[in-house]
Design a protein around this ligand. Structure first.
Ligand code: ADP
Length: 394
């Protein structure tokens, strides 16, 4: 009996070209002109191979392929997807996506191809594993759409569950590795500090310089490790807040004192506009401090010498509004949201940093029920705005 090939394409010309070649090689050819018709022709004819176009009315070739590969009675039928990069509207790489949807082969329509030669190995393989397949009942367009939507749901569920699992595994890995780094780093820092103060013998001026650089590097590594640990904690939902009454004005003053030296060195002009009648807020003092430091230290880092850095604190409808505004290089509009994503570092001049400061700040604010955003224009400085709800103890 002649082997049966189904051509699925909305172009009559493609049907004619393939049919001519397949007729000559003594195959029986059957035809379908859209995705819905294709499924019913497959059910009725049970072809030995399907040549499937992608861009068709109603449902596209990828969806037809997914459905047929999901039915036990049709999943063994080899499907060769044929399309071209230039007409593929929905995916960047149609070849990769074809195999992703379950296709057995891929033909680029723009390439010269001996179709008969190409399909032979698929038919030989099919012949070996072929079981007697009976016709299936025809199926309506609505039934096909329903089956497709169930299938896509099922696949989405599988993919999302898998991605979540991968993400959890990655988080656990990052947390473990960071944890393993902590003790050796503490030991190295201890030895370097001891060496610096002369516990292991006199230190020359040159050695002191080198030690200083080593200590700075270890401090940077420590910051990265604790940022990574914080982030894994937040992502695993394990960061808990130790809430108490916090005076954000005092908190700001404390932070400014810590950074007095660098502010002085860069001759940054700090302008404070702090409303004196602000209520206390309920929050985790250490975490709020970490959040403000992450934002403020960036503003200090990006401020030019003699730049004005404004810190505003005021009440805004039962929320505390904190603004930190610098005269730095600013941030392009399209990056204003991205900078709150993990590991994103935009600035062309790569200053010291990990790309974790703002995401951690954002998570801390979210844990407090607040929100953060940035306003900026390139070359015109940046403003970070934080809103924190004022909760009462009652
Ligand atoms: P890091 O500062 O460690 O790179 P952050 O998460 O704190 O990471 O910031 C992410 C990016 O956002 C920075 O690399 C920088 O490109 C941009 N950014 C943050 N604050 C400012 C600012 N005040 N001025 C200009 N760019 C900023």
């Amino acid at each position: 009996m002649k082997e049966k090939i189904l051509i699925v394409d909305d172009s009559e010309l493609v049907h004619q070209i393939f049919t001519a070649q397949l007729d000559e090689a003594d195959y029986k050819v059957v035809h379908a002109y859209d995705g819905i018709e294709a499924i019913n022709v497959v059910f009725a004819e049970m072809p030995d191979l399907i040549l499937l176009d992608v861009n068709m009315p109603k449902i596209n070739g990828y969806q037809v392929c997914r459905l047929l590969k999901d039915y036990p009675a049709t999943k063994e039928i080899p499907i060769i997807i044929q399309t071209s990069k230039s007409t593929a509207v929905s995916v960047a790489d149609p070849k990769v996506w074809s195999f992703e949807t379950g296709a057995d082969g891929y033909i680029d329509k723009e390439e010269e191809l001996q179709i008969v030669q190409y399909i032979k190995p698929f038919l030989e393989k099919r012949e070996k594993s072929k079981t007697l397949s009976k016709q299936l009942k025809s199926i309506t367009e609505i039934e096909i759409m329903t089956a497709l939507s169930h299938l896509l749901d099922k696949q989405l569920y599988v993919n999302v569950t898998y991605l979540k699992e991968l993400n959890e595994r990655k988080n656990a890995f990052v947390a473990n590795v960071s944890h393993e780094f902590k003790s050796p780093l503490a030991a190295i820092k201890g030895y370097l500090d001891n060496m610096g103060v002369g516990i292991y013998g006199n230190v020359s001026a040159e050695q002191e310089e080198v030690l200083k650089m080593c200590i700075q590097t270890v401090n940077r590594l420590n910051r990265l490790v604790s940022d990574l640990l914080d982030l894994s904690k937040i992502e695993a939902g394990k960061m808990t807040l130790n809430k108490q009454e916090v005076d954000v004005r005092i908190l700001l003053e404390e932070i400014l004192k810590t950074y007095a030296v660098i502010i002085d060195q860069k001759k940054i002009n700090i302008k404070k506009e702090l409303d004196p009648r602000l209520p206390l807020i309920m929050g985790d003092k250490d975490r709020l401090m970490q959040m403000v430091i992450n934002i403020l230290y960036n503003s200090i880092k990006y401020s030019p010498e003699h730049g004005v850095l404004i810190i505003r604190l005021k009440l805004e409808t039962a929320q505390l509004r904190l603004e930190i505004q610098d005269a730095g290089p600013g941030i392009a509009k399209e990056n204003l949201d991205k900078i709150f994503d993990k590991f994103v570092r935009i600035s062309a001049e790569k200053r010291e940093g990990t790309g974790l400061g703002l995401p951690i700040a954002k998570d801390i604010i979210a844990l407090h029920g607040g929100r953060i955003w940035a306003e900026s224009e390139e070359g015109k400085g940046s403003k970070f705005i934080v809103l924190l709800p004022i909760e009462t103890n009652s």
